[in-house]
Design a protein around this ligand. Structure first.
Ligand code: BES
Ligand code: MG
Ligand code: ZN
Length: 498
């Protein structure tokens, strides 16, 4: 895999004695760190940490970082603010870790010792793991299409140090697991970042096959001809206008062959969304390469579960198509016959995600025996209006699944907010010349209309959740993919392991 940014390798440093390089000391700033904690680390660096804390070097904000060059055995001592100790969360630790990582990268420091004793709090299960994951995520930069930077820092080695030597030795495997998870998230981000002239439905399928080979997953790709045979009128119509025709990618991981639960994940992978004939305005259109984030998330989850060897069974389905304009493209007014047999009038060719997902959801139920069915999609601009970048919209036919996902959302800080799928909303997609239509004719409740549309293709007795990630899949400026959903589902799966 091409190099994208900086990787962090965590090794057991046991006691901090070695010296020679940089000592990083994360500390909560409020209340002032206890004397005992400071004196332990001070012993290795001539009281430099206390002195930094005394002059207010921790500052006010999470991630604020200050350093001094005076030391005992270290060349530089860095303190990083974790914020208020009472509010300390996994997210806060990852944020502070990201600041430390960026600083190391900037300063081109290849080796550092991390003093972990200030990271602990009652509310965070695995603070050192969170820190390690946070650094790894912060190391990602999408540089593979750029002239290589000769000075770029490829790898940083972090020695994990504590006064409790035994702790480090026992926790190293968990810390490495956190790095593995973060690397799977970075993989999803990398796929999401590829431009549409690199990733199209065909090359995305090739990437899925590569991932499958690497991790011994089963991979099948239903090509255009097979989609036609299965009558997938939605996926075919949306992808028809592009040079690279649509496909349905299926990845399987069997970590618990004799166990029944079978989670089926479905991802929207529109490799570029022009809007079709209901064309999108030009400003910011380049960000529509990120319309495959749902699919990238599914790839990232498959990579994570396979590397972590979770004892569960998962099928990942990715509906891949490019929503293009050409003489072959579908048009507003077209009436499509979907794989389920329902007919849909296309009101907007820009409401394409639901059309490809409807066929993929039908396939999931027919072919994969889901005990839980979860789809990820950058489905609507409306969900970004409603929830911003802070949360994804959750719509579901099942309160238990919904609560479990919501709980994983709180734990991982990949937060979900449930929106209703009440019967009254169905009026908005009632068809005139068809069974249903793909959008409402009023600008009402866009994310819910998307959810109601998908619900038409899901049986009431299959627990199903639709997660509209259009907001949090990318950063504030729609310039960077976040890999949202990977951490969430890995947590959801881990909590339900036999
Ligand atoms: N991919 C877009 C949704 C989107 C918008 C994602 C902005 C990320 C940022 C989706 O295909 C779309 O165009 N949805 C339409 C639906 C409408 C026509 C009912 C939308 O949200 O405007
Ligand atoms: Mg669209
Ligand atoms: Zn789209």
């Amino acid at each position: 895999m091409p190099n994208n940014g900086t990787t962090f390798e965590f090794v057991s440093g046991a006691r901090a004695g070695a010296g020679g390089h940089v000592l990083i000391v994360p500390l909560a700033s409020k209340p002032k760190p206890p004397m005992q904690l400071l004196s332990q680390v001070d012993a290795h660096c001539d009281d430099a940490v206390s002195e930094l804390v005394d002059v207010g070097a921790l500052g006010q904000d999470v991630g604020h970082l200050s350093h001094t060059t005076r030391s005992g055995v270290y060349r530089r001592i860095v303190v990083v603010n974790l914020g208020e100790s009472k509010k300390l969360s996994a997210h806060q630790i990852r944020k502070a870790a990201a600041c430390a990582a960026k600083w190391l990268i900037n300063e081109k420091i290849k080796q550092a010792t991390l003093w972990i004793d200030g990271l602990f709090s009652h509310d965070v299960e695995r603070p050192v793991s969170e820190w390690a994951g946070g650094m790894t995520l912060a190391g990602f930069r999408f540089t593979e299409h750029k002239e290589p930077d000769k000075d770029e820092l490829v790898k940083v080695r972090i020695k994990v140090a504590s006064d409790d030597k035994a702790y480090i030795i026992t926790k190293m495997p968990k810390i490495r697991e956190a790095v593995t998870l973060a690397e799977a998230i970075n993989y999803a981000r990398r796929i999401a970042h590829q431009p549409a002239n690199v990733i199209n439905p065909t090359t995305l399928a090739a990437e899925a096959r590569r991932l499958a080979r690497l991790h011994k997953l089963k991979c099948t790709v239903l090509d255009y001809a097979q989609l036609k045979r299965l009558g997938m009128g939605g996926l075919i119509a949306v992808g028809r206008g592009a040079e690279h025709k649509p496909c349905l990618i299926r990845l399987e991981y069997k970590g618990a062959p004799r166990v029944r639960p079978n989670t089926v994940l479905v991802g929207k992978a529109i490799t570029f969304d022009t809007g079709g004939y209901s064309i999108k305005p030009g400003a910011g259109l380049e960000s529509m390469k990120f319309d495959k984030c749902g699919g990238a998330t599914v790839l990232g989850i498959m990579k994570a579960v396979a590397t972590l060897k979770l004892r569960c069974n998962i099928v990942g389905l990715i509906a891949a198509a490019e929503n293009a304009i050409s003489h072959e493209a579908y048009k507003p007014g077209d009436i499509l016959k979907m794989a389920s047999g329902k007919t849909v009038e296309v009101i907007s060719t820009d409401a394409e995600g639901r059309l490809i997902l409807a066929d993929a959801l039908w396939y999931a139920q027919k072919q994969c025996k889901p005990t839980a069915l979860i789809d990820f999609a950058t489905l609507t601009g409306g969900v970004v209006i409603a929830l911003g970048k802070v949360a994804a919209g959750l719509m579901s036919n099942d309160d238990t699944l919904s609560a479990e996902l919501g709980e994983s959302g709180r734990r991982t800080y990949e937060r979900l907010w449930r929106l209703p799928l009440w019967d009254e909303y169905r009026d908005l997609i009632k068809g005139q010349d068809s069974d249903i239509r793909n959008t409402g004719n009023k600008r009402f409740a866009h994310p819910i209309v998307g959810g109601m549309f998908l619900k038409e293709f899901v049986s009431d007795n299959v627990p199903w959740a639709h997660i509209d990630i259009a907001g949090p899949a990318t950063d504030e400026n729609d310039k960077e993919a976040t890999g949202f959903g990977v951490r969430l589902i890995v947590d959801y799966l881990q909590r339900r392991l036999p």
